[in-house]
Design a protein around this ligand. Structure first.
Ligand SMILES: Cc1cc2nc3c(=O)[nH]c(=O)nc-3n(C[C@H](O)[C@H](O)[C@H](O)COP(=O)(O)OP(=O)(O)OC[C@H]3O[C@@H](n4cnc5c(N)ncnc54)[C@H](O)[C@@H]3O)c2cc1C
Length: 62
């Protein structure tokens, strides 16, 4: 695949369907980090706000 294929997969469809997973993370695909970060990005897009990455690990901040 080409670099822009990852970007295409990461682009929300009709701003409704958000895909996550290692293949959607252009900088470092095929890693656990890519899967985690892409899920974080999709959650931020759905909620429409920034979520500090550290909050993911803190149950009291959800
Ligand atoms: C042998 C091996 C070693 C690895 N070692 C490392 C490592 O050391 N470090 C590292 O960072 N990464 C490593 N990786 C890569 C890492 O495991 C993956 O990049 C990461 O798990 C991808 O996560 P994901 O959630 O995007 O996809 P996945 O973990 O593949 O999750 C996709 C899920 O979707 C499910 N699914 C598929 N099709 C359907 C369907 N039609 N309907 C419903 N469910 C479906 C699958 O069953 C699966 O559970 C390794 C991978 C392999 C195979």
């Amino acid at each position: 695949s080409r670099t822009r294929d990852h970007d295409d997969l990461a682009t929300p469809i009709a701003n409704v369907l958000h895909l996550a997973g290692e293949a959607t993370w252009t900088e470092d695909p095929a890693t656990v980090t890519a899967a985690l970060k892409s899920g974080h990005r999709a959650a931020e897009r759905i909620l429409g706000r920034s979520i500090p990455f550290g909050d993911i690990w803190s149950p009291t901040k959800r």
